[in-house]
Design a binder for this molecule. Structure first.
Ligand code: UDP
Length: 487
């Protein structure tokens, strides 16, 4: 008899390389290890066309690709913002997606896998009679927050918005103060809360979630999702990651790597706030002073400071030169004499570093991180403990989980105070103390050991009996079974 045809699965990546990279990793694994024929569908470029084509061109031939045509957006107000724009792009592209899914194909469709900004595609999957699995590019802890919000409203009247408890208990003995809850979930009377609730309810249409995490990183959250699925209150979540960038995507030569080569093993604190994080001018100065006070070696990726109180430059990632002047030099905002005083033991680089290579360099000992989920996974995979410095989105939640439940990070002490969570300036003494704690302290010994354990655990998830491999095979098995019955 003929070998069964591999089930065809369409993965839908929302615009933005940060979402595309892990989904491309998932597509590749499905093709190479689980007998699935994936098609990775992207949207026409909003920005960063090079980043998208670099990811797509690195895919093996076993992963098919397709691009949805551009949709008109000229009626949107100029200040619509990236989130609203993304949402509109996804909505307006649904007819094109439907056509693409219906078009002649080598095998019937077994599943649709939109990432979690494309949940609007779930009803299209239902229309076509195929299961939808939502890809979650962040922590299961963050997805728990969505689940809790939806479950809280079971039995609520139409339009009624109930407030999450304060503090909010999350799986793994984690307790979140209201100020640590991602902004949109904090205030149940705000319109954005209603939108999140509606999205969470849409998630209930999913057959499951494929999350970019792994069992050993978030065991309590995985177990809680299992219970919710058994109760029938929320779809099951499968931890199938980590999908992190490969160091081969980064240039092998750079000034930072050359500098790291000259430093002793395990001596350098790497400082970076992701592709878009920003500090105020004052905070940049305090951080500089704190690093100087700590006495430790550091490699700091300095970005232009924020002048408007925002901690995040939407859509202004590296490579986007549109509204950045060529003569903008972030290093010019460092305190006078700082570079001279720290020369030899500190290196400040402007805007960007090859982070995956830096984290896996033997000289790197710790990571001052904004706890963006990609950075977190890269740090965990490299066995590097973190000093958690969340800036926006779900990062504060990730930071609490990484400190209190995973045990792989410390937070500067003043994070106990609500004003710091709310954006007050972190003082130099606190920063220096946190760096010393991780590098030399008792708590540091514990987080360093935990980081080493997790690195080993992350290295095992794809082995034949590894947790992520088994979780992904459980889902792929369902797709294969469905494909066989369709024949
Ligand atoms: N990154 C990098 N060099 C930098 C800053 C960021 O390579 O100087 C990469 C980092 O390795 C990660 C991504 O950009 O893969 C940032 O993603 P994350 O989810 O951590 O944060 P975001 O940028 O979305 O806030």
């Amino acid at each position: 008899a003929d070998a069964p045809r591999p089930p065809r699965v369409v993965l839908l990546a929302s615009p933005g390389a940060g979402h595309l990279i892990p989904l491309a990793g998932l597509a590749r694994r499905l093709a190479d290890h689980h007998g699935v024929a994936p098609t990775l569908v992207t949207f026409a470029d909003l920005e960063h066309p090079d980043a998208r084509s670099a990811v797509l061109s690195s895919l093996p031939a076993s992963v098919a690709t397709a691009t949805l045509p551009a949709v008109p957006l000229d009626d949107l107000p100029a200040d619509a913002g990236l989130e609203r724009t993304l949402f509109e792009v996804v909505h307006r592209s649904l007819p094109n997606l439907r056509a693409l899914l219906r078009s002649a194909a080598p095998a019937p469709l077994a599943a649709l896998v939109p990432d979690f900004f494309c949940a609007a595609a779930l009803p299209v999957a239902a229309e076509l009679g195929v299961p939808g699995y939502v890809f979650v590019p962040t922590s299961l802890a963050a997805l728990s927050l969505m689940r809790r919000t939806v479950e809280l409203h079971d039995g609520a009247a139409a339009g009624e918005q109930r407030a999450l408890p304060d503090p909010l208990e999350l799986p793994g003995g984690v307790s979140l103060r209201n100020a640590e809850v991602p902004r949109g979930f904090r205030d149940s009377t705000a319109p954005v809360y209603g939108q999140l609730l509606a999205t969470g309810r849409l998630y209930r249409l999913a057959a499951g979630f494929l999350a970019n995490t792994f069992y050993e990183l978030e065991p309590a959250a995985v177990e809680e999702f299992k219970k919710a699925a058994e109760r029938g209150t929320f779809p099951p979540a499968y931890p199938v990651g980590p999908f992190v960038r490969s160091s081969s995507d980064e240039p092998g030569e750079s000034a930072c790597l050359e500098w790291l080569d000259l430093q002793p093993a395990g001596s350098v604190v790497f400082v970076s706030f992701g592709s878009a994080g920003m500090l105020s001018v004052e905070q940049t100065r305090e951080l500089a002073a704190g690093l100087e006070m700590s006495g430790h070696r550091f490699l700091w990726v300095v970005r232009m400071p924020s002048f408007n109180g925002e901690s995040f430059a939407f859509g202004k990632g590296a490579g986007d030169e549109d509204d950045r002047r060529v003569d903008d030099d972030p290093l010019a905002w460092l305190p006078d004499g700082f570079l001279e005083r720290t020369s030899g033991r500190g290196l400040a680089v402007a805007a960007w570093a090859p982070q995956v290579r830096v984290l896996s360099h033997p000289a790197t000992a710790a990571f001052v991180s904004h706890c963006g989920w990609n950075s977190t996974l890269e740090s965990v995979a490299a066995g590097v403990p973190m000093i958690a410095w969340p800036l926006h989105a779900e990062q504060s939640l990730n930071a609490v989980v990484l400190e209190e439940s995973v045990g792989v990070a410390v937070r500067p002490r003043s994070w106990e105070e609500d004003d710091v969570v709310g954006g007050a300036v972190m003082r130099r003494g606190e920063i220096a103390a946190a760096v010393r704690e991780v590098m030399e302290g008792e708590k540091g010994r514990v987080v360093r050991r935990r980081a080493r354990e997790l690195k080993l655990a992350a290295g095992r998830v794809w082995s034949p009996e590894g947790s992520s491999r088994r979780a992904l095979e459980e889902v792929a098995g369902k797709w294969k079974a469905a494909a066989t019955t369709h024949k």
